[in-house]
Design a protein around this ligand. Structure first.
Ligand code: FE2
Length: 211
């Protein structure tokens, strides 16, 4: 399954380590090992979970620079999507999502499996199902630091991240694509209508511009 990439992005010249630390390298090694042993997206999620839990439980590995909000981001609301790592073939990425108090992302999809876990503050996990002319909330759960959930398209892919604490929340996202760069969707809250959406990253480009 991991050889099939459903996107039109050019490969990068090499893996990109925006946060290049032994801990992040070891985590990505663990994830790649788990993916190599997996026969399905579901199994990959299951095998990645122990390393993801350890990452969330590790204190102070995420520098303050990756926990800052971003007034002009593609997500709106000061929400910052900071890339930590992505694979050259765009099959894997790790990023932090920084959501100020009172802010929430649009309802959106990812078009890839992944895990989302809370590092700081509080968020609600909210899953949606776009229906015929409407958008149904199918699951809602408050999250504490260390809590995480799985994204597994097509059923568990459409969600929203909402900060419920009076401090900025930071969640860690591991996805099996280059999530900031793929063309995906937001969904209208009233009608469920899908609209094209590319969130971008605060600290990385989607198309290589260097020579
Ligand atoms: Fe998301």
């Amino acid at each position: 399954m991991c050889d099939v990439h459903d996107h039109d992005l050019e490969p990068l010249e090499h893996d990109e380590w925006l946060l290049d630390t032994p801990l992040v390298r070891a985590f990505v090694d663990d994830v790649r090992g788990a993916i190599a042993r997996s026969a399905s997206a579901e199994e990959a999620c299951r095998l990645v979970e122990p390393a993801f839990r350890r990452l969330l439980a590790t204190p102070d590995w995420l520098p303050a620079a990756f926990q800052e909000d971003a007034p002009d981001s593609g997500m709106g609301g000061g929400i910052g999507q900071w890339l930590l790592f992505r694979a050259a073939d765009r099959s894997l990425c790790l990023f932090s999502l920084v959501v100020p108090p009172g802010s929430m992302t649009p309802v959106h999809d990812h078009l890839a499996w992944g895990l989302v876990g809370l590092y700081r503050g509080n968020q609600d996990e909210e899953f949606y199902e776009p229906g015929d002319g409407r958008l149904d909330l199918v699951r809602q759960r408050p999250l504490e630091p260390g809590d995480y959930y799985v994204l597994l398209p097509p059923r568990d892919d459409v969600h929203r991240v909402r900060t419920t604490s009076d401090v900025t929340s930071v969640s860690i996202h591991l996805l099996a694509n280059d999530t900031g760069c793929v063309l995906r969707h937001t969904f209208d809250e009233e009608t469920g209508e899908a609209r094209p959406f590319r969130s971008g990253y605060v600290n990385a480009e989607c198309v290589e511009t260097g020579g």
